[in-house]
Design a protein around this ligand. Structure first.
Ligand code: GTP
Ligand code: MG
Length: 218
């Protein structure tokens, strides 16, 4: 699938403490690569990958920045027009899980309230060193309206699944939201259209779904 033709563009940001594996999740997902020794990210990087949901091509533009405060780019620019986020911790380091609360607060301060969030417990290959109980993480996720996925960028466990699930959720939120708004007002509202969305594509999807009475996979 080429990167230049798509129906929707979703900006997704990765956040979490330094060393939890954000950059490796990104390189695993977009390039199929893992690096044993990576340096802390400096500034901001992003990579793209296209996915297919129903018959739509979704271009996921995934942004990665440093967990370390001193290397982080200006926060508001990083979060601007994000429609999804992964909050990443390391299952073998409790402190990184404890800090999720901070990342969640920052995310909520800087993003639209509709942003779709996912909690990701990375380094599942280090299960024998586990410090964060999966059930505890699950309860925390439920309390905060998030989904939890445990991954290993190293062993390529559930990385594709996590991104696919997040993108699908964003897609469903977007499509359903426009249907609801159009149904209740009789008009289509621009207010809820995320900035990264090509407006015409949303309308096209909405109109064609309404016209065909297609059932959404969501
Ligand atoms: P910052 O850029 O400083 O915020 O860190 P980061 O979250 O991007 O972490 P990064 O991807 O650079 O990974 C940090 C270290 O953890 C590297 O040595 C990686 O090789 C290692 N690492 C990343 N993912 C995994 C994983 O799934 N399992 C294991 N065992 N190590 C991992
Ligand atoms: Mg990094």
């Amino acid at each position: 699938m080429t990167d230049d033709t798509y129906d929707y563009l979703f900006k997704i940001v990765l956040v979490g403490d330094s060393g939890v594996g954000k950059s490796n999740l990104l390189s695993r997902f977009t390039k199929g690569e893992f690096y044993e020794d990576t340096k802390s990210t400096i500034g901001v990087e992003f990579a793209v990958k296209s996915l297919k949901i129903e018959s739509k091509v979704i271009k996921a533009q995934i942004w990665d920045t440093a967990g370390q405060e001193r290397y982080r780019a200006i926060t508001s620019a990083y979060y601007r027009s994000a429609v999804g986020a992964m909050l990443v911790y390391d299952i073998s380091k409790k402190e990184t899980f404890d800090n999720i609360e901070r990342w969640l607060t920052e995310l909520r301060q800087h993003t639209d309230s509709n942003v779709t969030l996912m909690l990701v417990g990375n380094k599942l290959d280090l299960k024998h060193l586990r410090e964060v109980n999966e059930d505890r993480a699950k309860s925390y996720a439920e309390e905060n309206g998030l989904h939890l996925v445990e991954t290993s960028a190293k062993d390529n466990m559930a990385v594709e699944y996590a991104f696919q699930k997040l993108v699908t959720e964003i897609y469903c939120d977007v499509v359903n939201k426009y249907h609801l708004e159009a149904d209740s007002s009789g008009n289509q509202s621009d207010s809820a259209i995320p900035h990264s969305e090509p407006v015409s594509d949303i309308r096209a999807a909405q109109n064609s779904n309404a016209a065909n009475n297609q059932s959404c996979a969501c």
